[in-house]
Design a protein around this ligand. Structure first.
Ligand SMILES: Nc1ncnc2c1ncn2[C@@H]1O[C@H](COP(=O)(O)OP(=O)(O)O)[C@@H](O)[C@H]1O
Ligand SMILES: [Mg+2]
Length: 243
């Protein structure tokens, strides 16, 4: 059954929060879910113990008081991670894997088992460049399979504000959407040239933007809106090149 891996090597971008919202939302809708906590800090296990959700750590199983279709498993062993994900996927409807916010072999192993990869990314070029690195790991896993394999993977923008929309956020959003690597959320403002993609990601269409019906000639005094790309924007463009 589907395995959803939440992965960003950048700590603090919202990996654990995203994984937690996903697994509890699925369980609330009646699905059976196993959350695999692959972070040494055990954020999901700590949360589950406080919340009364069933946990399976150190071979001890606790009885649930809420969300009976959700179980959180601790798996911090790099070598046993694939086997744990496989076993979980065989006995539940959804597996959600929360990885540590570092680039590790465990992340590559988990991605190799994924049916979908969510890459949380804050509105900064640093976060976005790290997110692009995960997309490259996904592409490498697809190639390693030596058979046609497509792992849907895209960026989920986190820590955005509905009130403040910095230029950096717009540019990060635009660049990932141009590569069809952005999950559409309520906060996405990708503009008229993008529309929701079937898997929830944005799709950048190649058609020209609609022409304005206003026949007034453009003002001669208006300066072109082109601005020199910032260093961060160029860094991200290079990180996404070829994806
Ligand atoms: N989408 C979001 N919007 C605002 N704050 C968020 C969001 N996701 C996470 N956070 C906050 O960011 C902090 C780090 O989140 P966490 O999920 O622990 O990150 P990570 O697992 O990547 O280290 C927490 O304080 C969390 O509440
Ligand atoms: Mg975390």
């Amino acid at each position: 059954m589907p395995t959803i891996v939440v992965a960003s090597p950048k700590g603090g971008v919202g990996n654990s929060t995203t994984a937690n919202i996903l697994m509890t939302s699925l369980a609330r809708r009646g699905a059976s879910v196993i959350g695999v906590d692959a972070d040494l800090n055990r954020p999901q296990i700590k949360w589950a113990k406080r919340a009364g959700v069933r946990t399976l750590s150190d071979q001890r199983q606790s009885a649930p008081t809420v969300l009976s279709s959700l179980t959180v498993i601790e798996e911090t062993g790099e070598k046993s991670l694939i086997a744990t994900i496989e076993a979980a996927a065989a006995r539940t409807q959804f597996v959600v894997v929360d990885l540590e916010g570092i680039a590790s072999q465990a992340a590559t192993f988990a991605i190799s088992q994924a049916d979908m990869v969510i890459i949380p990314c804050g509105p900064s070029y640093l976060d976005a460049t790290e997110a692009a690195a995960v997309l490259r790991v996904v592409t490498a896993c697809e190639k390693m399979a030596r058979r046609p394999l497509h792992i849907p993977a895209a960026v989920l923008l986190t820590k955005t504000s509905p009130a403040v929309r910095p230029d950096t956020l717009g540019e990060v959003e635009r660049q990932f959407a141009a590569h069809k690597r952005l999950y559409m959320t309520a906060g996405c403002k990708c503009g008229p040239h993008m529309r929701p993609y079937s898997a929830g990601a944005c799709r950048y269409t190649t058609s020209a933007p609609e022409k304005s019906t206003n026949s007034t000639p453009p003002s001669k005094t208006r300066k072109p809106s082109w601005r020199k790309p910032s260093a961060g924007s160029t860094m991200l463009r290079l990180a996404l090149k070829g994806l």
